[in-house]
Design a protein around this ligand. Sequence first.
Ligand SMILES: NC(=O)c1ccc[n+]([C@@H]2O[C@H](COP(=O)([O-])OP(=O)(O)OC[C@H]3O[C@@H](n4cnc5c(N)ncnc54)[C@H](OP(=O)(O)O)[C@@H]3O)[C@@H](O)[C@H]2O)c1
Length: 333
Amino acid sequence: MTGDKKFKALIVYEDENNFRRAVKKKTIKDLPEGDVLIRVMYSSLNYKDALSASGHKGVTKKYPHTPGIDAGGIVENSSSELFLQGDEVLVTGYDLGMNTSGGFAQYIRVPSAWVVKLPRGLSLKESMILGTAGFTAGLAIYKLINSGIEPVDGEILVTGATGGVGSLSIAMLAKAGYHVTASTGKLQEENYLKSIGASKIIYRDELIDKTGKPLLRGRWSGVIETVGGETLSTVIASAKMGGAVAACGNVSSFELHTTIFPFILRGVALLGINSAETPMDIRVKIWGRIAAEWKPNNLELIYHEHSLEETIELIDVILKGGIKGRALIDVNI
Ligand SMILES: NC(=O)c1ccc[n+]([C@@H]2O[C@H](COP(=O)([O-])OP(=O)(O)OC[C@H]3O[C@@H](n4cnc5c(N)ncnc54)[C@H](OP(=O)(O)O)[C@@H]3O)[C@@H](O)[C@H]2O)c1
């Protein structure tokens, strides 16, 4: 393939502190260095992509830029012995879509150290319905299990339940045999949340403690927490003896105010989740489980499919917490 070949990409431009998005043509030679060139079939929209696409310099420093922290596709050429032309592969995290041209495009070029062979049991499309959100849910479940949390220990709470990480956490936990309580701001989505595996639904305000007590009634054996701030501090104080809280996100706040008491009186574990930098050996192990024993039975209920052009507006919807489930992006429509 020549470096002059043109392909479609969503590009974010910075014009005097204003950020503008458009779908335009790029050429292969515009892509960064890397030993694997991948023809992208699908990407997906994550909260972090919306930050990159709206000029959040903590995520992306230089524009013009193509976001997309996820990409699933076919190896077009590779100078790494790990991958052959025609291999089906996926990339999530590392620097993809942050300061490296990302998956909202028909091609990416990346280091082979970022590339995962598509695990048996997943199609390329399924791998991107899951994407970073599914991998993050899988990493959180892996860490909860490694902390000794078993289905018999009691309820697992998932916050931000209708979002990408939330929905996939519910579906994967249910598949793994756990009882899941879903916390949401969208009570009208009760049927959706039950259909993907939640056994109980609570309104998100119930998780904001007003008493100021350092310890609350122990309710949760485990938590997958995507909201941050007061929600995170309340769930730490309401974890059961020996419980564990996997902290993934900060859609509400990046601050955390807590006390030592849940940790020293109940042995609660606070588990940090960093999906982007997960080492390759653990990454491959988790994708293997996601493709097998944790693979949701009901992925078709969780996603909606969009073109790159439609993604331009969806970015504003996810920033307002308005997305239900996962936005799959077919970059070739
Ligand atoms: N640590 C990691 O490796 C990692 C990986 C992926 C994502 N994340 C983080 O996890 C979070 C969720 O990501 P996502 O891609 O799942 O986003 P998402 O699809 O937009 O989901 C976020 C959900 O949080 C709830 N929410 C939104 N605004 C809120 C607010 N102000 N207060 C309380 N709840 C609110 C909404 O669900 P309800 O209406 O149902 O409450 C929303 O659907 C983000 O902070 C993201 O950066 C971290």
